[in-house]
Design a protein. Structure first.
Length: 174
């Protein structure tokens, strides 16, 4: 019976098993909110000292969640640039001088990188994804422009790059 189920699942199209981009984004928000709530234990204010719980707010600036073209055929990915801010802690908790966590969601699969807001552009008929980095990533001063470049591979359903810029999050594979 287990063998039958395994074979059946392998024959299903991956989009049947994939979480939607919306579900994946909601999971990411929940994960970051949980981190935010956990960090509140390190803070004290008059309200919590009087038995009033701290109201925890997780904020994401406008423009930090967007769609990006990743193939010449028009395939889109959802990007979450994780520059969240939270009650008592700012964006510095998740970001630094080298950027923030970046989540790129393609067909429900999560890919993670670190840097600044990625964008795509056409180059000789292909679409490349550009990830701005701190100059330190290129052995230069932090102010020097530096980029990692990735190309979506339809066959492997992952990103190809010389520096493996996108880490595939296995546990979130559809």
């Amino acid at each position: 019976m287990i063998r039958f189920i395994a074979v059946f699942l392998m024959l299903l199209p991956t989009n049947v098993l994939a979480a939607s981009a919306e579900e994946t984004v909601l999971e990411l928000f929940a994960e970051h909110r949980a981190e935010c709530v956990a960090e509140q234990a390190g803070f004290s204010n008059d309200d919590t000292d009087k038995g009033q719980p701290t109201v925890v707010e997780l904020n994401l600036p406008e423009g930090s969640l967007y769609q990006m073209k990743i193939s010449a055929a028009g395939k889109l990915a959802t990007v979450l640039f994780a520059n969240f801010s939270c009650t008592n802690i700012g964006a510095g908790y998740w970001c630094g001088s080298s950027g923030c966590k970046i989540y790129v969601i393609v067909d429900g699969a999560r890919f993670q990188a670190h840097g600044w807001k990625p964008f795509s552009m056409a180059v000789k008929g292909e679409v490349v994804v550009m990830i701005p980095k701190s100059g330190g990533a290129c052995n230069q001063s932090n102010a020097t422009p530096c980029y990692s470049i990735a190309i979506w591979n339809n066959y492997t359903e992952s990103f190809d790059s010389t520096d493996n810029v996108f880490e595939f999050e296995d546990k979130y594979r559809p």
